[in-house]
Design a protein around this ligand. Structure first.
Ligand code: NAD
Ligand code: LMR
Length: 327
């Protein structure tokens, strides 16, 4: 049996935590032969509820769950951690944009970034889910300067999964036939789901769905507003699909990307595609199972460039709003 890896989940007593922990403990993320220690970080008032979640984890008798550490202490939460899922933060309510949460949530990521730099394992990788996730990740990364920039990720995989499903429904195909769907930019209502480079059944998406008005008038707004539509319908923000996307994100980073395909995650921009260096920007990504890279040869036409610039501008604006939190 392998040595256990340590996996931190913040906000572990929340709704995404409840949908995420049991799948990590079952082996769905790190594989059927990889034991895990779950380090569950919460704020002190949520510790009694977290204790109930811990009891349920114990009652599952998962063979791969080596230990569970519930805590409200940042150092203990990130001690020796190999993978950190930063979920804990306040979700938006109906009528809000995700960036409206910056004032409430942004400061959480200062202390967590520092605690990761101080306590985590030397190979730590961090996925930020808590909104606004791109800029929260920027804050954490900038407060953990010893941790290399290529270890920080913010989640846009839910947008990728949503976009693939909308294309599959329109084309009358199964979602598994949709590939090469890149989300560019921010996890926000400016994100750009790039249908020009997507494929359905291996063919260019635009040859399969020829209704060009549908893309601009229905597809893009549906994907951009899907989170708000779920909040309106459920009275709560997405949770099971968000946890599933977090799992998909990590699996896609630690396993090789299928030949010719890509996945989407926000990473620290190196200036690729003319995006400002240092922004946490969602790009088409490929992984060899250990290292990831930005796919460099994706055609970007005039329509796509305008959308990409709009989402970049929003990320620049968010960055200026949190300038004093960047360490
Ligand atoms: P929730 O309110 O159900 O749970 C959040 C949990 O975080 C709570 O248990 C709370 O006690 C805890 N928490 C708050 N501050 C904390 C801190 N400083 N340290 C540790 N824990 C803390 O919310 P949820 O539905 O689980 O959503 C969590 C976040 O994920 C929200 O910001 C939401 O908007 C975001 N989200 C992102 C995506 C995405 O695609 N990136 C998708 C869905 C939700
Ligand atoms: C989502 O996309 O469902 C989440 O980011 C929650 C939200 O605020 O929309």
């Amino acid at each position: 049996m392998k040595q256990p890896i340590h996996v931190t989940v913040t906000g572990a007593a929340g709704q995404i935590g409840y949908a995420l922990l049991f799948r990590i403990a079952s082996g769905a993320v790190f594989g059927p032969d990889q034991p895990v220690v779950l380090r569950l970080l919460e704020i002190a008032p949520a510790l009694p509820a977290l204790e109930g979640v811990v009891m349920e984890l114990q009652d599952c008798a998962f063979p791969l769950l080596a230990d569970v550490v519930p805590t409200a202490d940042l150092d203990e939460g990130f001690r020796g951690t190999n993978w950190a899922f930063l979920v804990g933060s306040v979700p938006r309510k109906a009528g809000m944009e995700r960036k409206d949460l910056l004032g409430i949530n942004g400061k959480i990521f200062i202390g967590q970034g520092k605690a990761i730099a101080k306590n985590a394992a030397s190979d730590v990788r961090t996925l930020v889910v808590g909104n606004p996730c791109n800029t929260n990740c920027l804050i954490a990364m900038n407060n953990a300067k010893d941790v290399p920039a290529d270890r920080w990720f913010a989640m846009t995989r839910l947008d990728e999964n949503r976009a693939k499903t909308q294309l599959a429904i329109k084309a009358g195909k199964h979602v598994s036939e949709v590939s090469n769907l890149a989300i560019w930019g921010n996890h926000s209502s400016t994100m750009y789901p790039d249908y020009f480079n997507a494929k359905i059944g291996g063919k260019p998406c635009t040859e399969v769905i020829t209704d060009s008005a549908w893309y601009a008038e229905t597809f893009i707004p549906t994907v951009q507003q899907r989170g708000a539509a779920i909040i309106k319908a459920r009275g709560l923000s997405s949770a099971a699909s968000a946890a599933n996307a977090a799992i998909d994100t990590v699996r896609s980073l630690i396993n090789p990307t299928p030949a010719g395909d890509c996945t989407s995650v926000a990473v620290c921009s190196d200036g690729s595609y003319g995006i400002e260096k240092g922004l946490m920007f969602s790009y088409p990504i490929r992984s060899d199972g250990k290292n990831w890279s930005i796919v460099q040869d994706v055609p970007v036409g005039e329509f796509s460039r305008a959308k990409i610039t709009a989402t970049e501008n929003e990320l620049k604006e968010e960055k200026s709003m949190v300038a004093e939190l960047l360490g």
